[in-house]
Design a protein around this ligand. Structure first.
Ligand code: SF4
Ligand code: SF4
Length: 184
């Protein structure tokens, strides 16, 4: 277990949605004060108490992944099946910079064999990150179902069946084939 501390970072007080304090995703919480942090610290909602970002938990993520440095907050969703990269709307493309972009693609590839996905979570929408492509798949609070299967062609590539089920699946499903990397 990591012994890391938040220090001067407070990015989760901006990127997360916290319904208990009527806080929208991507906006600073009304209870946050620069320099002193949460002004309702002792009474903060359970979701704030319970939140611990991935950088805080995982020593294998270097200091460049600290949210205040990277400008995005990573956390598990869907009981550990989605690695969410929650972005600061002020710098929504910070995850596309290196070393993050390449590393997120590698994580996406590694997790697909366990039916896990990497998603970039913006205040209003979600982007599915696959090893070879990035696809806007729906709204931030949509609910999704998916199945990743290994392609049967011996190529070590994957096929993804993906569906937003928020509206009972009326929007239809999406299918993605993880393509082989182009020849160099
Ligand atoms: S984003 Fe992580 S490191 Fe930053 S304040 Fe929140 S829990 Fe702490
Ligand atoms: S209530 Fe406090 S800990 Fe929770 S988001 Fe607001 S400022 Fe942050």
């Amino acid at each position: 277990m990591s012994k890391r501390e938040c220090g001067s970072c407070s990015l989760c007080c901006k990127v997360l949605e916290v319904q208990a304090v009527f806080k929208a995703a991507g906006e600073w919480c009304r209870h946050f004060r620069a320099g002193t942090g949460c002004e309702v610290h002792k009474l903060r909602p359970k979701s704030c108490r319970d939140f611990s970002c991935l950088w805080l938990q995982e020593d294998w993520l270097g200091d460049e992944w600290k949210p205040s440095v990277a400008k995005f907050v990573m956390a598990w969703e869907y009981d550990g099946q989605v690695l969410a990269v929650m972005v600061d709307p002020k710098v929504p493309n910070a995850w596309r910079a290196e070393p993050y972009h390449t590393a997120l693609k590698m994580l996406a590839e590694r997790h697909m064999s366990e039916n896990r996905l990497v998603m970039v979570v913006e205040p209003k929408r979600r982007i599915l990150v696959l090893p070879d492509q990035e696809i806007v798949v729906g709204g931030r609070n949509d609910i999704f179902a998916w199945e990743v299967t290994r392609k049967g062609d011996g190529s070590n590539r994957f096929h993804v069946e993906f569906e937003a089920i928020t509206d009972g699946g009326k929007g239809g499903g999406m299918r993605f084939d993880d393509q082989p990397a182009p020849m160099q």
